[in-house]
Design a protein around this ligand. Structure first.
Ligand SMILES: Nc1ncnc2c1ncn2[C@@H]1O[C@H](COP(=O)(O)OP(=O)(O)OP(=O)(O)O)[C@@H](O)[C@H]1O
Length: 743
């Protein structure tokens, strides 16, 4: 019956099918009625009206820059035009997105528009998640994944066309892809590149790709009215709540999308709105939420929806029904300081490009209104045109190593659209050299080649090698996987911080945050294995652990194990939980692998202040650390962060005796003042003390050794000692004899 109806629909509408789709797609005669419904709306999009003009430009140029209003159909339609145009080539079309959520959402939409199951002709690939097959001809993917494919195939030979979408974001990965594609197009004349955005800086990109054609899509889908505040306010959360309240109580039907900078702000605003309105479906959206929670924003709701999001929802996403956008004008942005080797996240005003993208989440399926919680003057005078490129904002060690392994010896002269800051570049080189991944000439070493192939930051290879020596390779792999997830495994939602801290205590190891993380991961894994009846979501919820992050850790760990089996002769761990030295082995391995991230406690301060060993920068221990109230002399830290105050984060107490034989801690290597003295005399003093202690320990003779060398007199006194210890053993009471009383 359903088939009959389908065929009737097809018969009625066959003429309306696009010829290019009819010829290319399989089983076209079985298109569903949904296909024809979507086709009707697709045809009205500004980009559809200019399909032939786009294809003419595409045929005449190798590189095309496409700009057009948000919602005009760039992300969903242009890849389809190219797919059918290139169908005969037998190669694939890639379309990159900066974010995972957008990648999966647009792939789902495009597959629905083409009436094919997701994962067949249209698929997607994001880190650790793939829905594609041999049939896939149009692949939406994150820019990071295409970059990792490019590291194995610099010619992009599987593709006839690569589309870089949302290029205005200038992520580090997109910039690297632009450079690699520029070179690949000069080698492969049949490779085409399309660069798209609603807010593209055409002049900048055209000066990088001289001769690139431009294609502009005029027209909007629906108008969006913009409203500004007449006076600025620093209390953006309260202002946002008032505006949502006003919309909900006084304005026509339509869902609301509110943009706030941090997940903390989002949870706070959501809980206030939920308490106030039972007839409003309030949904948070930020990257740390589980995939299922994120998908809820696309579900239908009985009531008006209010989605409260960070900039994860800023580009590419269409949520049917959004009429109102409320924009706080703020976002958090990572900043890297190469001198301190410190990264911080700052709450900053967004760019004009972001403001346009946010407003563009309305007006996609109907006219919309955007309330900007800042004045028009602020927008015009304080907002920069577009966000600074990612290459100017982060550390570069892994990118330099990636380029080196791809055969670019001189990364300093690499043709970047915006070259990195020389200090950040030098800092990356120094780090790679200290890790032994490049030599003094800047040539990649064999160790560096292995490190570049790992699916985690290359710095972890040293930890794996050291871990293998100390019998804790498995633990290092777990820690590498934990450090590579986008989100912390410990969840501390702002309204329940206190409860979360109490729940986390059962995983805490007093000497190490790294060990505490391992404890949480191992507890999660045994909960998964042992109690089948227990809902693991509930277990994670009760333990304040982020299930999504833990799931990701397990996936990264498995991938790492597979690649390490090839790269290192991976051996099973020799040190088990029951080993008395279990903790010490792990702490020692961390100390010896990340020796350049050690810090020493400053003895004269009231507060616990540490100084990093090499650069001598001062910082406290992050308040969330198990060591924040401890007074350990030496620590190794994973991150140097700042949120106003500089903090060392994820720290472990270490024994300086583990470090004293390393070159880095020899007198010659310690930083000196202009007059030749030690820049940090306390470090020198503490290392000398550790050396002396070690020498003294080595001088001590064990009882067994003493017995071998003993004179008759010494032998007599030894016999007395042995006898005494036998007596003590006999006197010991058994456990039962103790008759312990349970109080
Ligand atoms: N999931 C969806 N539900 C309903 N309509 C959709 C959906 N996805 C896309 N559309 C429709 O298709 C239009 C084009 O979307 P598309 O993402 O291709 O636009 P775009 O030009 O790439 O926008 P942006 O610059 O914001 O990424 C939307 O304006 C909307 O009308």
């Amino acid at each position: 019956m359903e088939d009959l109806q389908r065929n009737q629909t097809t018969a009625q509408q066959a003429e309306s099918l696009e010829d290019w789709e009819v010829n290319a797609l399989r089983d076209h005669e079985l298109h569903s009625s949904k296909y024809f419904r979507l086709l009707e709306s697709r045809r009205k999009l500004p980009v559809s009206l200019r399909r032939q003009e786009f294809l003419d430009t595409y045929h005449n140029s190798q590189i095309i820059l496409v700009s057009g209003e948000t919602g005009s159909g760039k992300t969903t339609q242009i890849p389809q035009f190219i797919l059918f145009d290139e169908w005969a080539s037998g190669k694939k079309v890639a379309c990159t997105q900066p974010r995972r959520l957008a990648t999966t959402a647009v792939a789902t939409r495009t597959a629905a528009e083409l009436d094919v199951p997701l994962g067949e002709e249209v698929g997607y690939s994001v880190r650790f998640e793939r829905k594609s097959s041999k049939l896939t001809r149009l692949k939406y993917m994150t820019d990071g994944l295409l970059l990792s494919e490019a590291s194995k195939d610099r010619d992009f030979s599987a593709y006839s066309c690569v589309i870089l979408d949302e290029a205005h974001e200038r992520t580090l990965n997109t910039d690297l892809l632009m450079a690699l594609l520029k070179m690949a197009t000069s080698r492969r004349s049949c490779l085409k590149v399309v660069i798209m955005s609603a807010t593209l800086n055409i002049e900048k990109i055209q000066s990088y790709f001289p001769g690139a054609a431009t294609f502009e899509i005029p027209g909007k889908v629906h108008p969006v009215e913009i409203h500004y505040l007449s006076d600025s306010t620093p209390r953006y959360c309260y202002c946002a709540i008032s505006v949502v309240q006003h919309i909900h109580q006084n304005m026509d039907e339509g869902d609301i999308m509110l943009f706030l900078p941090t997940s903390g702000d989002i949870e706070m605003v959501c809980s206030i709105l939920r308490k106030k309105y039972k007839n409003l479906t309030v949904l948070p959206l930020y990257s740390a939420l589980s995939r299922a929670k994120q998908q809820e924003i696309f579900d239908d709701s009985e009531y008006r929806k209010c989605i409260v999001a960070t900039n994860v929802a800023e580009t590419s996403i269409t949520i049917d029904g959004i009429v109102y956008v409320v924009d706080s004008g703020l976002e958090i942005r990572p900043v890297y300081n190469p001198r301190l080797r410190m990264s911080s996240v700052l709450t900053c005003p967004i760019s004009k490009a972001s403001a346009k993208q946010r407003a563009g989440r309305a007006g996609r399926t109907q006219p919309g209104i955007c309330f900007r919680l800042y004045t028009e003057e602020t927008h015009n005078t304080c907002f920069i045109p577009s966000a600074p490129p990612g290459i100017l904002e982060g550390e570069l060690a892994s990118q330099i190593l990636l380029l080196k392994v791809m055969g670019f010896q001189s990364v300093g002269t690499f043709d970047f659209i915006d070259p990195p800051h020389p200090e950040v570049y030098l800092c990356g080189l120094q780090d790679l050299c200290a890790m032994g991944y490049i030599d003094d000439e800047g040539t990649i070493t064999s160790k560096g080649r292995i490190a570049a192939r790992l699916p985690v930051h290359p710095k972890w290879l040293n930890a794996f090698m050291e871990g293998q020596k100390n019998g804790c390779l498995r633990e290092m792999i777990d820690l590498a996987a934990i450090s590579s997830t986008q989100h912390p495994i410990f969840s501390r939602p702002p309204p329940a911080r206190f409860a979360a801290d109490i729940a986390h205590r059962r995983f805490a190891c007093p000497l190490s945050d790294h060990m505490s993380q391992l404890n949480a991961l191992h507890a999660y894994e045994s909960a998964m294995k042992t109690d089948k009846r227990l809902s693991i979501s509930q277990w994670c919820f009760d333990s304040f652990l982020n299930r999504r992050a833990l799931g990701e850790v397990v996936r990264i760990r498995d991938q790492l194990l597979a690649s390490l089996q090839q790269e290192l002769a991976y051996t099973k761990e020799i040190c088990g939980f029951e080993d008395a030295e279990y903790d010490a082995h792990i702490r020692k391995t961390l100390a010896r692998s990340f020796f350049y991230q050690c810090a020493l406690k400053h003895p004269h301060s009231h507060a616990t202040i540490y100084k990093t060993v090499h650069e001598g920068h001062t910082a406290g221990i992050h308040p969330e650390s198990v060591l924040s109230r401890e007074k350990q002399e030496w620590i190794v830290y994973s991150e140097f962060v700042s949120s106003g105050i500089p903090y060392l984060q994820t720290v472990t107490a270490v024994d300086p005796a583990w470090l004293i034989d390393l070159d880095f801690f020899q007198d010659d290597s310690l930083p000196k003042t202009a007059d030749g003295g030690f820049k940090q005399p306390l470090v020198k003093k503490s290392l000398d003390k550790a050396r002396k202690k070690k020498d003294e320990e080595e001088d001590l003779i064990s009882f067994e050794e003493l017995e071998l060398k003993a004179t008759p007199l010494v032998k007599k006194s030894l016999d007395t000692v042995w006898k005494k210890s036998d007596d003590v053993e006999e006197d010991l009471m058994s456990f039962e004899e103790l008759d312990l009383k349970v109080i």
